[in-house]
Design a protein around this ligand. Structure first.
Ligand code: SAM
Length: 316
């Protein structure tokens, strides 16, 4: 895998499509929203192949985990949101020996594999649920880790509000997701071939940051980098996306079989990107973290604080 600097060239077609894909609060317009049933089915089907093709997701998880080296944290309850097959479970358990990992995913077949992670005495607790409606008590989680999942949520405000509710005061949310330049070559090639994007829309990191602030998170930090996978041919990319379960599940996705002529047109349009014999697939990877506030307003302006947050007044 190669890492490209931020200043990679921008594809104007995909940018203008993105601008129209979300409303000002970051919600996709109804047609561009994810059809959750279709997405869940695609992830269920992909469970068996996922680990074999998740090269990028593994790299993202490892880069996100590395960032934890700089954070002092002793979480008891760790939520792996959109845990998939549980790629990060072992690393999280090794890092936080006193912590218990909750692996949450809406695809049951993914969780079937996730529940085998860890050791016999220390398996993750698996929860089959939607990230946008968490079956978790308020303030019950100390740390939320989420790799390559938030882009599948339709309402980021709602998702972040749920995460903030589930986090204990002072709890940490740390995630990766994808920015608008992700798969720009594929999006552009399809747009030329048949006028459709065929690739789910992704939010700009500034909008993700705004959504964190609206949900009441503190100290949000976001940054992005470009990672590029290269393929001998387009079939390799399409096989990988299918193997990951990352198919186009927007409500506006074209239904039925794609005609040979359109495939051919798309392939030719993609070929213009071939460099040194390989076809690139660009991913704009967004990293973010933010904290749940130490104080929580319960009702009528009453504020609660954990005892640990009450400092001693200095003398003199
Ligand atoms: C690309 S995979 C990432 C899996 C894992 N985090 C990793 O790093 O390998 C995205 C995962 O998010 C799950 N997912 C997508 N939307 C979800 C939702 N609304 N609620 C819960 N899980 C969701 C999918 O089933 C899939 O397992």
């Amino acid at each position: 895998m190669e890492t490209y600097p931020q200043a990679a060239t921008l594809d104007q077609d995909s940018l203008s499509m993105e601008a129209k894909a979300h409303d000002p609060r970051g919600r996709p317009r109804p047609d561009a929203a994810i059809d959750k049933r279709a997405a869940r089915q695609a992830f269920d089907r992909a469970a068996a192949t996922y680990d074999g093709v998740a090269v990028l997701q593994r790299e993202m998880a490892s880069r996100l985990l590395e960032r934890l080296d700089y954070v002092r944290l002793t979480p008891k309850i760790i939520l792996d949101l959109g845990a998939g097959t549980g790629l990060a479970v072992d690393a999280l358990q090794r890092r936080y020996r006193q912590g218990r990992v909750l692996a949450l995913d809406f695809a049951f077949e993914m969780l079937r594999l996730a529940r085998r992670r860890g050791s016999l005495l220390r398996r993750p607790t698996c929860l089959c649920a939607d990230a946008e409606a968490l079956p978790l008590a308020t303030g019950s989680v100390d740390f939320v880790f989420s790799n390559a999942t938030l882009q599948w949520c339709n309402d980021l405000d709602r998702t972040f509000a749920e995460l903030r509710r589930a986090l204990a005061p002072g709890g940490l949310l740390m995630f990766t997701t994808f920015g608008p330049d992700t798969l720009r070559e594929l999006r552009g090639a399809w747009a030329q071939a048949d006028g459709h994007g065929h690739v789910s829309p992704f939010l700009d990191m500034h909008d993700v940051g705004d959504a964190l602030v609206r949900a009441g998170f503190e100290g949000p930090v976001l940054d992005a980098e470009y990672l590029t996978l290269t393929y001998a041919d387009l079939g390799g990319l399409m096989d990988d996306l299918r193997g990951l379960g990352a198919t186009n599940a927007t409500r506006e996705r074209p239904r039925g079989l794609t005609g040979k002529a359109r495939w051919h047109a798309m392939r030719s349009a993609y070929e213009v990107h071939r460099t040194e014999g390989r076809l690139p697939a660009t991913y704009e990877v967004v990293y973010g973290h933010a904290w749940a506030p130490m104080q929580r307003v319960v009702a009528d302006g009453v504020v609660t604080l954990p005892v640990s947050a009450i400092g001693r007044r200095s003398q003199g």
